[in-house]
Write a protein that binds this ligand. Structure first.
Ligand code: ZN
Length: 465
């Protein structure tokens, strides 16, 4: 597909006067065009809402968290390995905030409290025995997502103990970083950026919550985030440098750092990835990318196409670019990936999750509930409500057409409710209604606005096409 002939999301911004969005955390220097609504402000129905429901009720709440997730953190006898507890905490925090479900809230509390109880005085939380910590597979990766999940718990629930635990894990990594073996990549046969997957993004999340400069400095200095400019490596080459998920998580961290220090170099890898996917055959028709987790351009839709982690980070990277640039073509790609690749990774009842989503041949389910793909699936599902509707200057923009309701605060203590009633994507028609809580709102004078996939129709005439 071409990435050069689609409409701009700015054309879809509805002209309603809104308060400036509440700013939390560290002040940015590069403002986004679009600002997402909080996940507590949105309720989603349709297939997206159904996927969230089955992920909560038939997957998250039926996990054996004690045996599969928590026990290894109590024992800490492994020589290496990966569970994904931090990812699970991050997903559960977001789903607890979104659903307000008592069972999810209780699970979130239990996971966080148990993880914190296992923390050593030096800050370590993990599954690995002391002699091999940090420099085995995948200890830093596990700790990175624990930082992220605990920071999320502070972000959404203001849990001070979680933020303190996140800080201690991060400081443990920073203190031991200089002990990295000079030939670590060669020992592991894996590139460093893959060995520490998620580290920079987690430290930037912690920086946003704490304002403590050392976490951002580590990303800039020790991790050289502004200088990182890896080409697209096709195929399973030395050190697995063509790994899609770990390329995109680092590119996404660059986009997040860009908001604090607008250095154009930080935009190159993510733009290169989009160009590869859309203009160089890097993406199959379903939106799935890569074979065996690695960039490919042969359009092979069989076997190990589209690692679920890669799909999740494709969506996140595109969403970050959408907010930054306001170009609806990113939203079009997100929609394609969500419906055709992401949802294809889950059984219809929600219980099982796939590692890969080929569109030709048999698909198989991942055995077990731990590891990367099942947990990254739960995380991205929890993030979808914040990808539906955005503030856009003085207006609102709809990105994902799905039955949904959103509440936005207006001047004078008035709340604006935005409602999408549609059977999209079954049909292309998306009537969008709005109403104000208080009758004094000027919004009551606005005429209905109808949005279709390509056009915005106001007062029965097409405003853009
Ligand atoms: Zn995965």
């Amino acid at each position: 597909m071409s990435f050069a002939s689609r409409t701009s999301l700015s054309a879809l911004c509805m002209g309603v006067m809104l308060l400036s969005p509440a700013v939390s955390g560290q002040k940015t220097r590069a403002d986004d065009i679009l600002t997402p609504l909080g996940i507590r402000q949105v309720k989603v129905g349709g297939e997206i809402g159904r996927r969230i429901d089955v992920t909560v009720n038939n997957n998250l709440l039926v996990l054996d968290t004690e045996k599969d997730f928590l026990s290894p953190f109590r024992k800490r006898t492994a020589k290496n390995g990966y569970i994904g507890l931090g990812k699970l905490i991050d997903a559960t925090v977001r789903l607890a905030a979104y659903t307000k479900n008592e069972k999810v809230l209780a699970l979130k509390k239990h996971l966080v409290e148990t993880a914190i109880k296992t923390q050593d005085p030096d800050g370590y939380i993990g599954i690995v025995a002391a002699p091999t910590r940090m420099w085995c597979l995948w200890d830093i990766h596990e700790m990175s997502y624990l930082i992220h999940g605990l920071s999320s718990d502070y972000h959404y629930f203001r849990e001070e103990r979680s933020l303190e635990a996140a800080r201690k894990v991060a400081d443990y990594i920073l203190q031991h970083w200089s002990n990295m073996p000079a030939d670590w990549q060669q020992q592991m046969h894996i590139a460093t950026h893959m060995l520490v997957t998620g580290l920079e993004r987690s430290l930037l999340a912690l920086y946003r919550e704490t304002g403590e400069q050392r976490y951002r400095d580590f990303c800039v200095q020790q991790r050289a985030l502004p200088e990182w400019d890896l080409e697209i490596v096709i195929g399973r080459r030395d050190l697995l440098k063509g790994h899609v998920y770990t390329y995109l998580v680092r590119a996404l961290a660059q986009l997040e750092l860009y908001r604090f220090q607008p250095d154009k170099r930080l935009l190159r890898p993510s733009h290169r990835a989009v160009h590869f996917m859309t203009d160089q055959d890097g993406m199959c028709i379903t939106g799935a990318v890569g074979q065996c987790e690695i960039w490919t351009d042969d359009q092979d839709g069989r076997l190990d196409l589209g690692e679920t982690c890669a799909t999740a980070y494709q969506i996140r990277t595109l969403e970050s670019l959408l907010r930054m640039e306001g170009d609806s073509r990113y939203g079009d790609l997100m929609e394609r990936m969500i419906y055709n690749a992401l949802f294809a990774a889950q059984s219809p009842d929600g219980r099982k999750i796939r590692y890969y989503t080929p569109h030709e041949g048999n698909r198989i389910y991942h055995s077990g509930d731990t590891w990367c793909c099942p947990n990254n699936y739960r995380r991205i599902i929890a993030e979808l409500p914040a990808m539906v509707c955005y503030r856009c200057g003085a207006g609102l923009a709809v990105n994902l057409f799905t039955p949904s309701a959103a509440t936005v605060d207006l001047d004078g203590g008035v709340s604006l409710k935005i409602r999408q009633e549609t059977d999209y994507p079954t049909s292309g028609r998306v009537p969008t209604g709005n109403e104000a809580d208080n009758q004094s709102s000027q919004m009551l004078d606005h005429d209905p606005v109808y949005v279709t996939s390509r056009n915005i129709v106001v007062n029965h005439s097409i405003a853009s096409g």
